[in-house]
Design a binder for this molecule. Sequence first.
Ligand code: SF4
Length: 301
Amino acid sequence: MATKRYAGGVTCEEIEAKSVLNRVTGMPFGWSINPYRGCYHRCVFCYARRTHTFLERSGIGDWGSALSVKINAPRVLRRELANPRWKGDHVAIGTATDPYQPLEGRYRVTRDILVELARARTEAHLITRSPLVVRDIDVLQELARAAGAGICISLPTLDEELARKIEPTVAPPRQRLRAVRMLADAGLRVGVAVAPILPHLTNSEAALRDVYAAAVDAGATHVWHSVLNLNEVARASYFAFLREQFPSLVATHELAYRGKYAPKALVDDIEATFDRARDGIRIRSRHTIATQPRRVQLSLL
Ligand code: SF4
């Protein structure tokens, strides 16, 4: 197991995974794949930070700097997908890390995973905050034709200054919108996740309308949203951010977030605001790639 060192004190362990497909329950998909552990993007609200504590790493200090890549993931996945017991369920990529964080530029593990999924005609969707996903439009088109593919780009705000504070190493909102446009132009099914909506920071009707309208204008086939929730590690990260950047909001959040979730009244209020914000804006899907599960030419494989 080699460990590579990068600028800014970032390390990346190149690990050999024993398995790649993880069983998931209670979600609309049955399986997930996370090619990396940790995430260079370091979003202050990230609920996946907690997964670092399972590895006895800190979900605060280590999350964005002590990273791992499952270097053999495509090979292991090929074996798992070839297993006669594999039923070809829908797979979600990037539920606990960003599959297109900067390391992917070097390792190309996510790309090779998509190739394996297309080869095995296994439908998948992925979620990312990174425009690097457009590098793999060709493979995503192959997967879309072979089995079905969906991409979701997370974009909680169009406010560039706020985005820099909450998602410090993620590309600016306009670059993410450009990626949505490129994916839509390529005929792919691409959604935008207005997620998470941050109470008192991104939940005004004007802000939500701006981001919703921009996503639709860029060609999003669907736009979904979720409200901030805070497990114990995300809570420590988010409150540290509030204390540093928005100290006047600390007391309000302490009252609201006594547990993991925002109180129902606040969630209901945000839901109603989101409904008003999208009122009158119509999604015009440009999704054109039809899935042809049989006799498809997988030219990349
Ligand atoms: S990009 Fe996703 S996984 Fe990475 S830090 Fe941000 S929220 Fe967490």
